[in-house]
Design a protein around this ligand. Structure first.
Ligand code: NAP
Length: 212
């Protein structure tokens, strides 16, 4: 597999994954199919740079849920690349590491439209865009015209490949799922069963629960 990845396209789905849900998995699967990705790495951020002012579930819980959600897909892999690194989890640092590990692979970073709109605020955006092709998932309610303008603007300013992904639309968000748990509502058919069981077993997202 290592050898294969050296020449193939490797998808990288970065996220806070608090928790991972079917929207993430459907987007990753659509990207895998549409862009012929050999493997999709799910990379939970240990310390998401843009969420340092917020309470986030400990990374090991988020990683465990990613592991459970991806276990039965032969081409999905949960990655610890950001968990085992101190400091904020900057995407460009992750891409540098993956580039060093797979010098000839085509790195494809899969991201949501919201993230692309803020890409200029990320660390070293120019280098980041040199290291990978961006696959941008447009979601329900996303302004596709604005998204295309943003992609065109970035492409004018720096050499990069940005592609829009046509994925089946699932209006699920991690924030809504946390809210649902806090209100005692069901997670059925929104997250994989194993993830739901994990959340219940570890009392994650319960109102008043000590931050797990
Ligand atoms: P997240 O909320 O866990 O979501 C992960 C990805 O899935 C996001 O791109 C998100 O798009 C997308 N997504 C969520 N729900 C979806 C649905 N229902 N259908 C389709 N796609 C869906 O992740 P995040 O906290 O935004 O972080 C995304 C990545 O960007 C992480 O790897 C993070 O480290 C990176 N990032 C890096 C920097 C930096 O290096 N300075 C700064 C900011 C973010 P949306 O973005 O549209 O929600």
């Amino acid at each position: 597999m290592q050898q294969l990845l050296d020449t193939c396209r490797l998808g990288i789905m970065g996220g806070t994954f608090d928790p991972i849900h079917l929207g993430h998995l459907v987007a990753a699967e659509a990207a895998r199919e549409q862009f012929d990705l050999e493997q999709v790495l799910f990379v939970p951020a240990r310390l998401p740079p843009h969420k340092q002012d917020r309470e986030i579930t400990p990374a090991e819980h988020r990683y465990a849920m990613v592991l459970l959600a991806t276990a039965n897909h032969p081409r999905f892999v949960a990655s610890r690349v950001e968990l085992d690194r101190p400091g904020p989890s900057y995407t460009v640092d992750t891409l540098r590491l993956l580039r060093a590990e797979h010098p000839r692979a085509g790195l494809c970073f899969i991201t949501g439209a919201d993230a692309l709109m803020e890409l200029d605020t990320w660390k070293d955006p120019e280098e980041l865009l040199r290291l990978c092709r961006m696959i941008v998932v447009s979601r329900p309610g996303c302004d596709r015209e604005r998204l295309r303008e943003k992609a065109a603007d970035l492409q004018r300013r720096m050499p990069c490949h940005i592609e829009e992904l046509a994925a089946p639309a699932l209006a699920i968000s991690s924030r809504d799922l946390r809210q649902r748990v806090a209100e005692g509502k069901s997670l059925r058919y929104l997250v994989p069963r194993e993830v739901r069981d994990y959340i219940l077993k570890h009392h994650l997202y319960r109102r008043g629960a000590a931050t797990p």
